[in-house]
Design a protein around this ligand. Structure first.
Ligand SMILES: [Zn+2]
Length: 214
């Protein structure tokens, strides 16, 4: 498939439109079905990098501090979410453990790291290696990176663990709360904006569109 950066397809009815540049705060809707086609991301683009960095810091804190206290053979020990996931596995709940691992650790971390890499590279006016692959991966990861999915993962972990462990209302739990709020802002960033950011320089300077050959 060929990527055509100046065309936009409606997600609602598949109609194809030529992209127009939007002014600050403008939103383009499909005239046929009303689906949002595009919105000016000027301010969102400035905010997304600090938000991504803040999310990664919160992610580290949330996963570094103990979130539950487990009692095993009379010994009480505190463990992080990852440790708790391992405990779920040893308790024969591998499926739940995998689900929790994917939704609360793996997918958010991948999404944040991809975002950071793409944003930092584009900031230095340079289209990074694997740009197309990463943007497409971000688009595919998106349904899994949604905050609802993340929250559900944390909730499942807490409910499942509450049978064998006590949830600690400490740093990690608070960090997960803050992370949820930050992720709400981060995941609302449409990966489509990467194309606009990557090709904005080309359009302005009239350079050849090296990046869009099939
Ligand atoms: Zn439409």
């Amino acid at each position: 498939m060929r990527e055509v950066p100046d065309l936009i397809a409606c997600e609602g009815c598949d109609a194809l439109y030529r992209k127009v540049s939007l002014r600050r705060g403008e939103i383009a809707h499909c005239p046929r079905c009303g689906t949002e086609l595009d919105r000016d991301a000027g301010r969102q683009r400035e905010r997304i990098l600090p938000l991504t960095v803040a999310s990664l810091i919160m992610f580290m804190i949330a996963n570094s501090f103990p979130i539950v206290e487990i009692e095993l053979q009379g010994l009480r020990s505190q463990t992080t979410l990852f440790g708790a996931v391992l405990s779920l596995t040893t308790e024969g709940m591998s499926l739940v453990a995998m689900l929790v691992l994917a939704t609360t650790i793996l997918f958010p971390l991948l999404q944040l790291l991809f975002l950071l890499y793409l944003l930092l590279s584009l900031r230095k006016q340079h289209r990074p290696a694997g740009f197309r692959w990463l943007v497409r991966a971000m688009q595919n990861l998106r349904p899994w990176g949604m905050v609802e999915v993340f929250l559900l993962g944390v909730l499942v972990a807490v409910v499942k663990l509450s049978n064998m462990a006590t949830v600690i209302p400490g740093v990690a739990l608070w960090a997960f709360g803050v992370l949820t709020v930050l992720l709400t802002a981060v995941v609302s960033f449409n990966p489509r904006h990467f194309w606009q950011m990557a090709f904005a320089g080309d359009d302005a300077s009239g350079k050849d569109h090296k990046g869009i050959s099939p």
